[in-house]
Design a binder for this molecule. Structure first.
Ligand code: NAP
Length: 313
């Protein structure tokens, strides 16, 4: 539904996945005066949200409450612009529930880590324009409907069918969401996936901070060599350029951090393994390309997750 904003009409942003990233986007768009609606899972979540009377965005010492409307997936309001910020393993099911509400020329922005979930969503909504996004921003929830903007970063958006940049990027600009239109979003997502595969599983298996991998540099470098070969094999040579050096630089620069996968396992949360290491191994299998070290790592990680009672998909 169009929304009047200082004489101009803006298309409403519907946000599916009102977790850390979804509420971080919702709060900043709403703060810029743009129309935003959260799509919440069920009536219980909707009641809890209504009782909290809005979202709270925490940035450093400052916190601000923002009035953002919310609704259920079953609502029949059409959706013209959808931001999906569910975890990779939830995205396809969540979009399937609201697919009938998407306008024929809707834009669907997919902000998931890894690869595989975006393609699965795109196949579910062939009439929509799917835009893939990759972000280095960081956010977490320190309470229900409270989001902490923990790490300034950048978001790249792109269309794998290489279309033009959408006009609404200007709204991201207005909302202070640092972003760039990328002509090679797939390459960017592969690069991030490769970095993740070289670092995150080992931080789980060695139960260490990123810096702890400095004591396992042979293992890290072997994985990087195999990942570079796989990227070349998958027609992503750009994503392989200087990967080993970047992995080692990231390990050094984020030495005191726990990786997201390490935090997920420590806190007993499901990981996105199938869309990261699992996706890399599956891509290799489909090309009959041998990746013995990645496969062994996948097996060790799967066993580890099972031992901790966590899903390994
Ligand atoms: P999150 O906090 O777990 O949020 C995901 C949200 O999706 C949850 O609020 C969940 O609802 C909701 N959801 C799941 N299924 C749903 C459904 N069927 N209908 C409605 N809502 C549904 O996850 P996140 O940290 O924002 O991460 C989202 C994606 O961004 C991930 O792929 C992650 O890797 C990536 N990412 C995250 C960060 C970060 O700093 N957080 C940074 C870069 C990239 P409930 O709360 O009801 O379970």
């Amino acid at each position: 539904m169009p929304h009047s904003n200082g004489g101009q009409t803006s298309t409403r942003w519907h946000i599916l996945g009102a977790g850390s990233m979804g509420t971080l986007w919702a709060a900043r768009l709403a703060r810029a005066g743009l129309p935003v609606t959260l799509i919440l899972r069920n009536p219980m979540r909707l009641h809890a949200y209504e009782a909290a009377r809005g979202l709270t965005l925490v940035e450093g010492e400052h916190s601000q409450r923002l009035n953002v409307t919310a609704q259920l997936p079953e609502t029949d309001e059409p959706i013209q612009r959808l931001l999906v910020t569910c975890k990779a393993y939830d995205a396809e099911q969540a979009v399937a529930h609201i697919a009938h509400r998407l306008s024929p020329d809707a834009d669907v922005i997919l902000l998931q880590n890894g690869l595989g979930s975006q393609q699965a969503v795109a196949a579910r909504v062939p009439h929509a324009r799917c835009i893939f996004a990759s972000s280095t921003e960081g956010a977490f929830r320190d309470g229900d409907w409270r989001v902490v903007f923990a790490g300034r970063g950048h978001t790249w958006l792109g269309d794998i069918h290489v279309g033009e940049a959408p006009h609404w990027l200007e709204e991201l600009q207005r909302s202070g969401i640092a972003h760039e239109w990328s002509a090679s979003i797939l390459s960017r997502l592969w690069r991030k996936l490769a970095l993740n595969c070289a670092i995150n599983p080992l931080t789980v298996l060695h139960n260490c901070r990123n810096g702890g991998l400095q004591a396992h540099s042979d293992e890290v470098n072997t994985l990087c060599t195999e990942l570079c070969a796989l990227l070349e094999q998958c027609d992503q040579p750009e994503a392989a350029v200087d990967l080993t050096a970047e992995v080692n630089r990231v390990i050094h620069a984020t030495a005191s951090n726990y990786s997201s996968m390490n935090q997920d396992v420590t806190q007993g949360r499901r990981t996105e393994i199938s869309y990261l290491l699992g996706y890399a191994c599956e891509a290799a299998r489909q090309q009959s390309f041998a990746v013995p070290h990645l496969q062994a790592l996948h097996q060790r990680l799967t066993d580890h997750l099972k031992q901790h009672g966590l899903p390994c998909n």
